[in-house]
Design a protein around this ligand. Structure first.
Ligand code: IPD
Length: 282
């Protein structure tokens, strides 16, 4: 039986494994903060740059006509209709402090598909890997091919009442966005079992996929935070959607299918705009 997108997934898995080994090794040598980005709390390390360079080199030497978008600055157009979207270390602050929840994320998307599946016609992810070397977890997914952790199939949790849900979130590095986040996190907190802030958007989405969270919402995300893990979550049975905050910021939302509306109601009360039915067009 042929595995759809198998060649793309194998390439992604191999490149992510090399990058993961590199960042793990560089951590033993001491973390070098190479600079600040959107605010003084938003840092980039020498390992982020080295891993993005490695991923770009590996992926584009195998497939030179593809595009490439990386968190640390690469934005290269391609001609093949496919684009790689990578986050060399998602969870850089965790990496800096020695918390183990950080991951190399690699997704490949069709940039020119026809949208016949109800998505918006751009950026449909077809293969993805989230490799968390310090946790020993490698999440993979292909469009229509299911989601896996270390080769074992994974699935979202069954839908439970709102007051029994454990919800993941994250905080952006920009002060104004954080203040807005405080509003909807407070609304969630009064209704759910508890809220977790793991420090890696990608691994939060993978936790929804693996049934360790009942949902996830974060304002101020970027495509490299959720491109790979969004497919993992969707293939594990989650609705994954991109909403817009009242301030115009991008918001990533994920919850087990059938659970989305109740969860989305809380976000809608905070003024977020999105598709309450959810979609998988991350
Ligand atoms: C960050 C992490 C964090 C999330 C931030 C992201 P980075 O990614 O995913 O959990 O809250 O919004 O920017 O900077 O470590 O790649």
């Amino acid at each position: 039986m042929t595995r759809p997108y198998a060649d793309l997934l194998d390439l992604a898995v191999g490149a992510a494994a090399e990058a993961a080994e590199l960042v793990l090794r560089m951590r033993t040598e001491g973390v070098d903060v190479a600079g600040e980005k959107s605010s003084p709390t938003d840092i980039v390390t020498r390992a982020d740059h080295a891993a993005e360079d490695l991923l770009r080199t590996r992926l584009l030497s195998a497939r030179p006509d593809d595009g490439f978008l990386g968190e640390e600055g690469d934005d290269l157009p391609g001609t093949s209709g496919l684009r790689w979207v990578v986050d060399p270390i998602d969870g850089t602050v965790n990496y800096l402090y020695g918390h183990r929840a950080y991951a190399v994320c690699v997704a490949v998307e069709q940039v020119d598909h026809d949208g016949a599946d109800g998505t918006d016609g751009a950026g449909r992810v077809v293969a993805a890997v989230v490799h968390a070397p310090a946790l020993g977890e490698v999440y993979t997914a292909t469009l229509g091919g299911g989601a896996y952790c270390n080769g074992e199939p994974i699935a979202v949790r069954d839908v439970v009442p709102m007051e029994q849900r454990l919800i993941g979130t994250g905080f952006n590095y920009v002060r104004e966005v954080r203040l807005a986040q405080a509003g909807y996190v407070a609304r969630l907190l009064e209704r759910v079992r508890d809220v977790r802030r793991g420090g890696s958007a990608a691994l939060d989405l993978c936790s929804v996929a693996a049934g360790r969270l009942d949902g996830y919402a974060e304002e101020g995300t970027h495509p490299w935070d959720d491109a790979a893990a969004g497919l993992v979550a969707a293939e594990a049975g989650a609705e994954v959607a991109i909403w817009t905050s009242p301030a115009g910021n991008r918001l990533t939302v994920a919850a087990p299918k059938g659970d989305f509306s109740g969860f989305a109601d809380v976000l809608a009360e905070s003024g977020f705009v999105g598709n309450t039915a959810g979609n998988t067009s991350v």
